[in-house]
Design a protein around this ligand. Sequence first.
Ligand SMILES: *Cc1c(COP(=O)(O)O)cnc(C)c1O
Length: 390
Amino acid sequence: MNNHIMPTYARLPVCFERGEGAWLWDTDGKRYLDALSGIAVCNLGHAHPAVTAAVSAQAGKLVHSSNLYRVGLQEHLADELTAASGMDNVFFCNSGAEANETAIKLARKYGHVMGIEKPAILVMESSFHGRTLATLSATGNRKVQDGFEPLVSGFVRVPYNDADAVEAIRDPNIVAILVEPVQGEGGVRIPDSTYLQQLREICDRRHWLLMLDEVQTGMGRTGSLFAYQQMDILPDVFTLAKALGNGVPIGACLARGKAAEMLTAGKHGSTFGGNPLACAAALAVLKTLRENRLAARAKKLGASIAEQFRAELKGNPYVTEVRHKGLMIGIQLDKPCGELVGLALEQGLLINVTAESTIRLLPPLILADDQANLLVTQLASIIKTHTLQK
Ligand SMILES: *Cc1c(COP(=O)(O)O)cnc(C)c1O
């Protein structure tokens, strides 16, 4: 059926036609509870009226002009994002990988300005930064890189959540650290609460840029608009994409201070980046997140869902841990559990398994309490019956 689509995804046998809030309906009319949000994209749920209205109105006015001209909505969105983040400026693009490419180019430029000819960026084991050549080279997962060598050089890797390993680095070519505040694809790995502060301190001392990949953690997901806002630091650079447009493709690389001065006219660009349609969507997303206090909702609901899972799965021999930061939830099993995704699908529940043995839940931030209860009851039952069979 998919024979004219490159088989880059082992797709599940379902096709969705319509969505509303946390619900999706497939082409046979079957209903599903979406606990994945298109992988942390639809944080406002599906077909959110504010986003629909903004996109529809903008589509009837102007979809695209060009970055050769001023783009009013892009300027407005940049104002909103910098005010909300403490950054100075923004480059808009169309995806997480592109946002990280921007950060990587920015860091290299910073190195050259500092007189370092072969600048290198410190990256983490089990990280994920995208599928372009530079971002897959930065990614700490051999499977993502395999078959695409030669990789882009200029990345030095250390273990995640290990500030001592960063401190021990003596390479004079390092100019920046690129790190996720919580590793998503890597298995919902939540670092110690002081980790980012320690990295900030090392970066300050060594004149490195602290660059955060908030592509998955951003836009309220972890309990604050941006994850670093719970750690009492400011990065020099951070990237957004996934939930920024609630499904309308848009990415962003934000910078402050010296880092904000690196990419000058002619040094970077994007045809579509920050076009009026995408910016209208993102402005509606920001407004809705704020007006409905959805980051706070994510924090509270995430804690309650994690607590419920811990209670439900207590004593289960295969479940080793339930981790969460806001509505980024990981249920750790002690063995590969990819088959749970298909079992849940049959029962009308959309979940994900990452890093082989971590059940990853990224429900929309608008999830209602009764939907959260349904998610816990249904998934706990699937985990119990399935693991008991083995
Ligand atoms: C999804 C993701 C990316 C890649 O984003 P794309 O839009 O797929 O290019 C990069 N970094 C993190 C942390 C992600 O979760």
